[in-house]
Design a protein around this ligand. Structure first.
Ligand SMILES: NC(=O)c1ccc[n+]([C@@H]2O[C@H](COP(=O)([O-])OP(=O)(O)OC[C@H]3O[C@@H](n4cnc5c(N)ncnc54)[C@H](O)[C@@H]3O)[C@@H](O)[C@H]2O)c1
Length: 331
């Protein structure tokens, strides 16, 4: 039987819009609900005239629109959330209420109407455990979320995971939890504190590339292309139900190395400058030293091998930034 449609919450955002592209490419029908709080209509403009695509400009938590959409769909990609370190520090209350309420709404109705649901969680749930370069973070590791404003986002994600697991355990709801590790690529905005799009923007414009902290902190960057490919495969895999998966690359790079790569690839004359983390985000601000995922579990379930290296990702982001801003200049 042909599918009704996939519902993508947060589908006008960075990841959500790439999920829409992948589904429409497979000739599947897609409906997006997004309130454009951090998303951008430009991310889905190219899909607007496609008969397979529909956009609902609403908040999940505003009224009962979401219920009707869930009732009629056959799978949900729940990616809507308040995201971004800057936003989380500035608006902890919005972050908590929006993320908890939207997950509660979506999971409750998905369970009621028996709809399979993938939810976007985050590597932030691993807290600030050190040493993951040597001993990678595994899905069954204990979760230990520290004090401080930054960690309210991680708490909302951890609670959403618990909620999803509880619906699975008590109501047999088909849920899949995707713990995403620094997914990057074209369309991601630096406005809310994401590191790579900011570095590219600063480098291209000849502004100082600002590294928060000493730059020795290590992260693993995975292309949105590889992550979305994995997410769509997990959506189709019945045996993934009830499971949590790390999704990301396990190749780490320091933030200083990242800044140097961006500078080289964009042919930038920008200086790399170091700013104390607390100067930007306040006295209780903390950063995480390293964060490397163990991706052996997802490899057992699907064919997953992050294929795009960091240099090629930086080139893609730069090309997208230049094309987008050149278009704006012509208007
Ligand atoms: N990009 C990453 O590396 C990463 C890492 C970890 C987790 N995640 C998770 O993946 C998901 C998508 O992240 P992203 O990077 O694409 O961020 P994004 O900000 O681009 O996407 C989030 C989208 O949700 C929408 N939204 C927020 N609240 C809403 C509401 N109440 N109703 C309707 N729409 C709403 C926003 O407008 C936005 O379009 C989020 O759940 C995020 O926590 C992303």
């Amino acid at each position: 039987m042909p599918r009704a449609y996939s519902l993508v919450t947060g589908g006008a955002g960075f990841l959500g819009s790439h999920i829409c592209d992948a589904l429409v490419h497979k000739r599947e029908r897609v409906c997006v609900i997004d309130n454009l709080s951090t998303g951008n209509i430009d991310n889905i403009k190219h899909l607007m005239d496609n008969p397979l695509f529909r956009f609902v400009n609403k908040s999940i938590v505003e009224d009962s629109t979401i219920e009707g959409l869930i009732k009629e769909c056959d799978i949900i990609y729940h990616f809507a959330a308040t995201v971004g370190v800057k936003l989380v520090y500035e608006q902890p209350l919005t972050t908590i209420l929006n993320n908890i309420r939207s997950s509660e709404f979506v999971l409750e109705m998905a369970s009621q109407y028996g709809k399979r649901t993938l939810i976007a969680s985050s590597s932030e749930v691993y807290g600030n455990r050190r040493g993951s370069v040597r001993r990678k973070l595994r899905e069954d590791d204990d979760i230990h979320i520290p004090h401080g404003k930054r960690w309210c986002y991680a708490t909302t994600k951890a609670l959403s995971e618990h909620l999803a697991k509880a619906y699975h355990a008590e109501n047999n709801a088909a849920i899949v939890i995707c713990r995403l590790f620094n997914i990057v690529g074209p369309r991601q905005t630096g406005t809310f504190g994401m590191v790579l799009p900011r570095f590219v923007e600063w480098a291209v414009n000849g502004s100082p590339i600002k590294v928060y902290g000493n730059g020795k902190q290590r992260r693993c960057f995975c292309s949105v292309r590889d992550a979305v490919d994995a997410i769509v495969k997990l959506a189709d895999l019945q045996s993934a139900s009830g499971h949590t998966f790390n999704i990301g690359s396990d190749k780490s790079i320091s933030i200083t190395q990242l800044a140097m790569k961006v500078k080289r690839i964009t042919n930038s004359a920008s200086d790399i400058v170091y700013i104390p983390y607390q100067e930007t985000y306040g006295p209780d601000a903390t950063d995480v030293l390293d964060r490397v995922p163990d991706i052996s579990k997802i490899r057992k379930f699907i064919d997953f091998e992050p294929s795009q290296d960091i240099d090629s990702i930086i080139r893609d982001i730069t090309d997208h930034y230049l094309a987008h801003n050149a278009r704006k200049d012509r208007r």
